[in-house]
Design a protein around this ligand. Structure first.
Ligand code: PRX
Length: 656
C-alpha cells in the first residue's frame, strides 16, 4: 500500500449503518444478533458448527465427533459421510428450485446460456460418468484448466461427485506453471478447452496443455477432455484426447453421488508463498461445504430471489468458494461471466448487471479503481437499481475507492461487504454481515461467528488497540486448509511456527499485517512476507526471481513491488546481467516476456531496472527494504551501515 493510502485509512472515521429496511429483512438483523451469535460460537464452537451442519446440509451419515484437533492438524465432522455435489445439486431437485437457474452464463463474444438445477445436475452426472469411463477413481486427481464457461463448474462438481479431488489451474497461467502444478498433484486427467476468450483474444488453452505434457513431461496424465469453445484448430492425440461433447453424448445421466468421508480431500489449489514453489493448499469436504455455505448465506444475505454475481475466475479460491460451492449449496442463482472490462468495452460489467438484474455484486478493489479511471459515465448510463449488496475482496480497499463504489455503483443504498480471507482459509474470516454490522470505508470490520482473530506480536501477545501487528487466528474453523499437498512439514512451518504455540494456544499466521481499532474493527494493511498482491493476485517475489534467473542473460534478480494506482501493487525487478550481455530496452522486453512464459501474464513485471550489483548485507542477503524504497521513488528508510558496498545504491538510483 502507498503511504497516502495508509494515511487516509488511519484517518478514516466514517460509519455507515445498514439501512433499516435492509436490516429488517436480513438473515442477521442487528449488531446485537451478530454479537449473540459471535458469543455463542466463541463459548462453544463445536456445538455452534454442529447445529449449523445439521440444519444446513444433507449428511448420508452423521459424524461421531465434531472436531479432532491435534495441532496443527484438524479434522471436522469425523466419520460423517457427505457429498458436496449432492448438497449443491440433488437436494434442490426435490424442491421448487428444480427449475430455478443455477448458473447464468454470459460469454465473451455475446453468447449466453442458463442452466437450471435439473439441467446442471444432468450434465454433472454425465461428466462424472465420463470421468469414470476414462478410468478416474475416487482419490485420483483431476487437473482443470478452463475458461470461464459452465463446463468449468460442471467439471468441478463432477469430480466432487465421484470423489476425485480437482486441482483447478487459472487459465491465465502459462504452460510451464501448469506443468509444475499437474506434476505436483500427479493429475490423471486434464479437463480443458480448445481455447478461451480473454479481452477480445483467444487464449490457446489446449496448446498449453500439449506443451505442458509434451515429451512425457507429466507422466501421470492419461487422458485429456476438451471442451469446444473457440473452434480454432488444435491437435487431438488419438486415444488420449477426447471431445467433451462426443463423450457426453453417450453418457448416462444416472450417477449417484459417492458418500465421501467428511475429511476426504475435495480439492488442491496452488497458491504463492515465500519460496519459488507454489503450495498445494488442501481442502476437504464436510467442513468446507459447511463453512462456504454459511458464510455465503450470511455475508451476502442470500435470498431465493437474488441474482448473485462474483466476478472472480474459477481458477482462484474466490471462484471455488463463492461462484461454485457456496452459492449452489444454498440453491442460489450464480452468474458466471467470461469477459473482463477493457478499453474496447468499458461498460461491459454494467451491461451484465442491467441485463440480468444482478442483486449482489462481488469484485476486487483493482477492478473498482480501473472503473474509476474509465469514468462514471459508463455505470451511470446503465440501470443498476437491482443491486442491493456490493462485495470486495483480494486486497485492502482504499477509502476513496470504497466511497466511489458506494455512491456510483451502489447508489448510496447498498451495504458493502469487504471480505478478508485467503486461499488457505477457504471462506470469509473477517467481514461485515450486511444487515448487522455498520461499515467503515477500508475496514473488513469484525470476525465471522466462530472465528477467533487477533492482532499479535511474534510472541503471540495481543498488541494494544490501534497498534499494527500480525493477524492470527486462534481457533480452528471448519474450512481451514488441512495441509500443503504432500508436505505436512511445510504446512507446519509456514503457518504455525512463525508465532510459536504458547501455553497450548496455537496461532494460525495469516501473513498479513493489520490493526484493530477501538470498536474492535480490523484494518488489513497487507502482506508482511515476500508475497506481492498484484491486481488482487497473489504472486511470490521468489517465483518471479526464479523465472528471471532462468533466462541466460540474468545473473541475479531481486523482485519487489511498488504502489500502483490501479493494480494496488506492481512488480519491479532489479536485474544484474551475465558478463556478455548489455542492458537494452529490447532485453528488458525479452525478460518481461520470459516471465510471462514461465508464469503467466499476471506476473509480467511493470518495470525492470538493470544494475551492476544489488544492495546486500555483509552476510550476502539482499536488502529488499532499500529496493522497495527505490522502486517507489522514496528516500531510503533504515540503517545503511550493514551494507557491504554503499556505492551500489547510487548506481541503482541512477539506474537504466
Ligand atoms: O493479503 C490478503 C489479501 O489477499 C491475501 C490472500 O490472497 P489469496 O489467497 O489469493 O485469496 C484472495 C481471495 C480470498 C490475503 O492474505 N486480501 C484478501 N482479501 C482482502 C485482502 N486484503 C485486504 N482486504 C481484504 N478484504
Amino acid at each position: 500500500m502507498s503511504r497516502e493510502t495508509i494515511e487516509s485509512i488511519l484517518q478514516e472515521k466514517r460509519l455507515f449503518s445498514p439501512p433499516a429496511e435492509f436490516a429488517q429483512n436480513a438473515h442477521i438483523k442487528s449488531l446485537e444478533q451478530y454479537q449473540e451469535l459471535y458469543d455463542r460460537a466463541a463459548a462453544d464452537p463445536e456445538e455452534f458448527w454442529a447445529q449449523l451442519a445439521e440444519k444446513e446440509l444433507h449428511w448420508f451419515q452423521k459424524w461421531d465427533r465434531v472436531l479432532d484437533w491435534q495441532p496443527p492438524f484438524a479434522k471436522w465432522f469425523v466419520n460423517g459421510k457427505i457429498n458436496i455435489s449432492y448438497n449443491c445439486l440433488d437436494r434442490h431437485l426435490t424442491t421448487w428450485r428444480k427449475n430455478k437457474a443455477a448458473i447464468i452464463w454470459e460469454g465473451e463474444p455475446g453468447d449466453s446460456r442458463t442452466l437450471t438445477y435439473a439441467q446442471l445436475h444432468r450434465e454433472v452426472c454425465q461428466m462424472a460418468n465420463v470421468m469414470k469411463q476414462l478410468g478416474v477413481k475416487k482419490g485420483d486427481r483431476v487437473g482443470i484448466y478452463m475458461p470461464m464457461i459452465p463446463e468449468a463448474a460442471i467439471a468441478m462438481l463432477a469430480c466432487a461427485r465421484i470423489g476425485a479431488p480437482h486441482s483447478v489451474v487459472f487459465g491465465g497461467f502459462s504452460s510451464e506453471a501448469l506443468k509444475a502444478r499437474l506434476l505436483d498433484a500427479q493429475a490423471k486427467l486434464v479437463v480443458t478447452a480448445d481455447g478461451g476468450w480473454r479481452k477480445d483474444q483467444i487464449v490457446p488453452l489446449k496448446d498449453s496443455v500439449d506443451e505442458a505434457i509434451a515429451h512425457n513431461g507429466v507422466p501421470s496424465v492419461e487422458n485429456i477432455l476438451v471442451v469446444e469453445r473457440t473452434k480454432q484448430k488444435i491437435h487431438m492425440e488419438p486415444g488420449r484426447d477426447h471431445w467433451w461433447h462426443d463423450l457426453q453424448a453417450g453418457a448416462s445421466a444416472d450417477c449417484p453421488a459417492e458418500p465421501m468421508n467428511s475429511e476426504d480431500m475435495l480439492f488442491i489449489l496452488y497458491t504463492s508463498g515465500t519460496t519459488g514453489k507454489p503450495k498445494g493448499v488442501v481442502h476437504t469436504t464436510g467442513g468446507y461445504n459447511l463453512y462456504t455455505h454459511v458464510t455465503c448465506k450470511w455475508a451476502f444475505d442470500l435470498k431465493d430471489t437474488d441474482v448473485y454475481w462474483c466476478t472472480a475466475d474459477v481458477g482462484w479460491i474466490t471462484g471455488h468458494s463463492y461462484i461454485v460451492y457456496g452459492p449452489l449449496s444454498n440453491g442460489a442463482t450464480s452468474l458466471m461471466y467470461e469477459g473482463a472490462p477493457r478499453p474496447s468495452n468499458p461498460g461491459c460489467f454494467w451491461d451484465v448487471v442491467e441485463k440480468y438484474g444482478v442483486t449482489i455484486f462481488y469484485t476486487a478493489p483493482t477492478a473498482i479503481r480501473a472503473f474509476i479511471k474509465m469514468g462514471e459515465h459508463h455505470p451511470k448510463a446503465r440501470n443498476l437499481s437491482s443491486l442491493r449488496i456490493l462485495g470486495t475482496v483480494g486486497e485492502p480497499i482504499n477509502p476513496e475507492a470504497w466511497m466511489w463504489y458506494h455512491k456510483i455503483i451502489g447508489g448510496g443504498r447498498c451495504p458493502i461487504v469487504d471480505t478478508w480471507w485467503q486461499t488457505e482459509t477457504g471462506g470469509f474470516m473477517i467481514t461485515p454481515l450486511p444487515g448487522a454490522i455498520p461499515t467503515k470505508p477500508g475496514s473488513a470490520t469484525l470476525p465471522f461467528p466462530g472465528i477467533i482473530a487477533d492482532i499479535v506480536d511474534l510472541e503471540g501477545n495481543s498488541v494494544p488497540t490501534n497498534r499494527g501487528g500480525y493477524l492470527a487466528i486462534k481457533y480452528p474453523w471448519p474450512s481451514m486448509m488441512r495441509t500443503v499437498y504432500g508436505d505436512d512439514d511445510r504446512f507446519r512451518r509456514t503457518y504455525w511456527e512463525h508465532i510459536p504455540p504458547k501455553d497450548g494456544q496455537y496461532f494460525y499466521f495469516a501473513g498479513d499485517g493489520a490493526r484493530k481499532d477501538s470498536d474492535g474493527y480490523f484494518w488489513i494493511m497487507g502482506r508482511v512476507d515476500d508475497v506481492m498482491n498484484i491486481a488482487g493476485h497473489r504472486i511470490g517475489t521468489m517465483e518471479v526471481e526464479s523465472a528471471l534467473v532462468s533466462h541466460p542473460a540474468v545473473a541475479e534478480a531481486a523482485v519487489v513491488s511498488r504502489p500502483d494506482e490501479v493494480k494496488g501493487e506492481d512488480i519491479f525487478a532489479f536485474v544484474t546481467l551475465e558478463g556478455s550481455y548489455q542492458p537494452s530496452e529490447k532485453l528488458k522486453e525479452e525478460l518481461k516476456q520470459h516471465v510471462v512464459k514461465e508464469i503467466g501474464t499476471i506476473a509480467r513485471p511493470g518495470e525492470i531496472r538493470f544494475a551492476d550489483a544489488l544492495p546486500k548485507t555483509r552476510s550476502g542477503k539482499i536488502i529488499r527494504r532499500f529496493l522497495r524504497n527505490l522502486a517507489a521513488g522514496q528516500d531510503l528508510v533504515g540503517d545503511i551501515s550493514t551494507m557491504e558496498d554503499l556505492s551500489v545504491l547510487d548506481k541503482l538510483r541512477e539506474g537504466t
